[in-house]
Design a protein around this ligand. Structure first.
Ligand code: FES
Ligand code: FES
Length: 166
């Protein structure tokens, strides 16, 4: 099948490539850009392990074609830390609150949480749980992911983080 030229901005850098029209964005990101943080956990668009930020939205990159992201702006988990290696508040929060175990869901979870906190900078626990409902985790039981996002929200908002009693 004839390949199509695509270009997009990924983690602040202009990238381009040749893809088949059927090439999924997740495969373009992983196999051509070698950004292998985003994962594939299903083939039915449920798990959210492939979540990236595309033009200001959380997008499951297994359910977009790369050609649909042509000209777009993508952020993946690899783009979250500062240039000096400083972890993003969410990355720090997931570590501090033990919001990951195997780590497979984590890149998608962090990218979703990143957008969630821009949609709603001070979410309640219920809003966090609903806000990450498109991201499945087999390991954590979600409780510590909620805390991680609360930790990050507090850090971003410049207020003390108070861990809720369980
Ligand atoms: S790989 Fe499961 S939703 Fe994309
Ligand atoms: S940490 Fe293993 S699936 Fe979430």
């Amino acid at each position: 099948m004839a390949k199509v030229h695509v270009q997009m901005t990924v983690n602040g850098e202009a990238v381009e490539g040749l893809v088949e029209p059927r090439t999924l964005l997740i495969h373009f990101i992983r196999e051509q850009l070698n950004l292998t943080g985003a994962h594939i956990g299903c083939d039915t668009s449920h798990c959210g392990a492939c979540t990236v930020d595309l033009d200001g939205l959380s997008v499951k990159s297994c359910t977009r074609f790369a050609v649909q992201a042509n000209g777009g702006t993508v952020t993946t988990v690899e783009g979250m830390a500062g240039a000096d290696g400083t972890l993003h508040a969410l990355q720090e929060g997931f570590r501090m609150m033990h919001g990951l175990q195997c780590g497979f869901c984590t890149p998608g979870m962090i990218m979703r949480a990143h957008r969630l906190l821009q949609e709603n900078p001070d979410p309640t626990e219920a809003e966090i749980r609903f806000g990450i409902a498109g991201n499945l985790c087999r390991c954590t039981g979600y409780q510590n992911i909620v805390k991680a996002i609360q930790y990050a929200a507090a850090k971003i908002n410049g207020v003390p983080f108070v861990e809720a009693a369980e």
